[in-house]
Design a protein around this ligand. Structure first.
Ligand SMILES: [Zn+2]
Length: 401
């Protein structure tokens, strides 16, 4: 199996530099993957009734003192005093959770506002020990597909079901099948036993209603609520924990007083679901690279189509085809260099280009292309119109490979 760092170099996706331990430099090919994932995510968020927010990266320490992170998580945080004002203690956020409550609390909320779903594609920093850093799998700078759903307790089951639906839909695009673990009440738990019972029941029933099998990790929930872990098995048989749906009965609601006015006029605390579909962009991309050996799904491939001219005579033809495809929204590149066709094909194959189109005299004459596909192999001669339609359709449908 090839390491994702090697694949990152072969595909020119990202690099790590000594000047920034644990933080990738994304090259333009890598940014294509990043942007496509963001685009997909945002379309899903719109469909599923989320609102997207962006909260500050640097905030006053008191926010994380209140959330308990300063006491329990400090060694993983970057923090400093403002050099221009030593009384201003600042931290670089290691997670988005506490700050989302400030958006929630910026208005008086009523039961009619719930469920209130706040998504944030947030950039986080965690002070991982330099010895533990490992490519995209353990980084200091993380981009999370994060969201916090503020819901009345009776709404939680339905919200969890909607999250499972998003998770299933996402991983199906990669032919990955998630499995679920329900982590229950630990010994040291905050909140009433009654609430915990209700919360665990809501999560379990949501999984059952979605016909998802799950195992129970007894006592392994967080001290503030039970959670569902989303696991994946990749092509190498490795287990990955990617997404989560973590129920929070007390941490955000109580500490940050995120009240809502209920139907009868009383003030109540919602439950909060912390959820992520793939967790971190960095880790997901690293996993996907190793899982596919760099043969990414067409919609995520930095270069989707390579058009190779056999000789100089077909250079114009190849350029013209590339232009036409680009106009149709396909990431196509012509290779009209003086290298042999064998070398050009090898080069495109090494770069895991899904469609390699070869143009010789015969193809120019017939207005066709000779098609090779990265998983299907030799496809043969195809006319541009039909081929372009097929490629556009496969991109749009986000087929796996
Ligand atoms: Zn959170």
């Amino acid at each position: 199996m090839r390491d994702h760092r090697e694949l990152g170099q072969i595909l020119d996706l990202f690099s790590f530099q000594e000047i920034a331990p644990g933080a990738p430099f994304w090259h333009s090919n890598g940014m294509i993957i990043f942007k496509e994932l963001e685009k997909y995510l945002r379309e899903e968020l719109d469909q599923m009734g989320y609102e997207e927010i962006s909260t500050p990266i640097i905030v006053k320490r008191e926010v994380f003192e209140k959330s308990g992170h300063w006491e329990h998580y400090r060694e993983n945080m970057f923090y400093f005093d403002n050099p221009r004002d030593e009384n201003e203690h600042l931290v670089i956020k290691p997670m988005n959770c506490p700050e989302s409550t400030f958006v929630y609390n910026s208005r008086i909320r009523s039961y009619k506002d719930l469920p209130f779903r706040l998504a944030e594609i947030g950039r986080l920093h965690r002070n991982e020990l330099s010895g533990t850093l490992g490519g995209l799998f353990r980084v200091r700078q993380i981009t999370m597909d994060d969201a916090h759903v503020y819901a009345a307790p009776k709404q939680v089951k339905k919200e969890i079901m909607a999250i499972i639906e998003m998770i299933e839909k996402f991983y199906a695009m990669f032919d990955l099948k998630p499995t679920y673990v329900l982590a229950t009440r630990p010994e040291k738990a905050l909140g009433s036993a009654k609430d915990w019972d209700l919360a665990e029941k809501a999560l379990g029933e949501a999984l059952e209603k979605m016909s998802k099998q799950f195992t129970i990790a007894k006592g392994e929930g967080a001290f503030y609520g039970p959670k569902i872990e989303v696991h994946l098995n990749d092509s190498q048989g490795r287990d990955w924990q990617m997404g989560t749906a973590q129920l929070d009965l007390v941490m955000l609601p109580k500490q940050f007083e995120t009240y809502y006015t209920d139907e009868d006029g009383s003030k109540k605390l919602p439950w909060v679901i912390h959820r992520a579909i793939f967790g971190s962009f960095e880790r997901f991309i690293g996993m996907l690279l190793e899982h596919t050996d760099g043969k990414l799904p067409l919609w995520l491939s930095p270069v989707q189509v390579a058009i190779l001219s056999i000789g100089e005579a077909q250079a114009n033809y190849a350029e013209k085809i590339a232009k036409t495809l680009v106009k149709r929204g396909v990431r196509a590149k012509a290779d009209t260099s003086g290298d042999t066709i064998g070398k050009k094909i090898r080069e495109a194959e090494i770069r895991r280009v899904p469609y390699i189109l070869v143009a010789g005299d015969k193809e120019v004459q017939n207005k066709t292309l000779n098609v090779r596909h990265y998983t299907a192999g030799q496809v043969g001669e195809m006319e541009l119109g039909a081929l372009s339609k097929k490629i556009q359709k496969e991109i749009k449908e986000k087929i796996s490979r």
